[in-house]
Design a protein around this ligand. Structure first.
Ligand code: PNS
Length: 164
C-alpha cells in the first residue's frame, strides 16, 4: 500500500492546495492531508476550522483523509506507515524554503522521500497568506479558494472577532 502525507498549515486551504491534493491522490493508494497543530504559531483559522474546510472539500473521496499532527513531521509520517511526503512548489521563490525543509527531514529520517508537485500555473501566485490579506480587506477571493468554501472563508476574514 503506497501512502503519502501532504502536510501544511492550510490557513486556509486554497485552490492551489486543492489542485495538489487531486494530483497527489492519483499517485497513491492513500493520501493523508496533515494539518499542523502548532499552538505557538499564530494562525487565522483554528485547527478545527482548517480541518472542517478540508473535509468538506474532500467529501467522500475514498483514498484521502484529513488528520492533524504536532511535533516532528517525520515522526507522524512514520506513525502513518507512509513512504513519502508531498509538497507543492509554485515558483522559484518556494524553492529555498522547500529545499531546506526536505533536506532537514532527510537528515532526521534518511529513508523518507519528499516529492514535489507543481500546481496549475494559474495558481502559482495563490497562497494562504494572499487569501488572508485580500479577504481581510474585503477583496474578491473567489478565484483563490474553492467555490463551496469561499463565502465562509471571506466572512471569517472580514470578521476577525469571530475567528476561531
Ligand atoms: O503550509 P506550511 O506552513 O508551509 O507547512 C509547513 C509544515 C507544516 C510542512 C512544516 O512547518 C512542518 O513540517 N512542521 C512540523 C515540524 C517539523 O517537522 N520540523 C522539521 C522539518 S522543517
Amino acid at each position: 500500500m503506497r501512502i503519502a502525507i501532504y502536510p501544511g498549515s492550510f490557513d486556509p486551504v486554497t485552490l492551489g492546495h486543492w489542485d495538489l491534493i487531486q494530483r497527489a491522490e492519483k499517485l497513491v493508494d492513500r493520501l493523508v492531508v496533515a494539518v499542523l497543530h502548532n499552538p505557538a504559531k499564530d494562525c487565522a483559522f483554528s485547527v478545527a476550522e482548517r480541518v472542517d474546510f478540508l473535509r468538506e472539500l474532500l467529501g467522500s473521496a475514498p483514498n484521502v483523509e484529513v488528520c492533524t499532527f504536532h511535533g516532528l513531521l517525520v515522526d507522524f509520517v512514520r506513525q502513518q506507515g507512509a513512504a513519502f511526503i508531498v509538497r507543492g512548489v509554485r515558483a522559484f521563490s518556494d524553492f529555498e524554503y522547500e529545499f531546506q525543509m526536505a533536506l532537514m527531514n532527510r537528515k532526521l529520517a534518511p529513508d523518507l522521500e519528499t516529492v514535489f508537485l507543481m500546481p496549475k500555473e494559474e495558481y502559482s501566485v495563490v497562497s494562504s497568506r494572499m487569501v488572508r490579506e485580500v479577504g481581510a480587506m474585503g477583496g474578491d477571493i473567489s478565484r483563490l479558494v474553492p467555490e463551496q468554501l469561499c463565502e465562509r472563508i471571506a466572512a471569517r476574514l472580514q470578521n476577525p472577532a469571530q475567528l476561531g
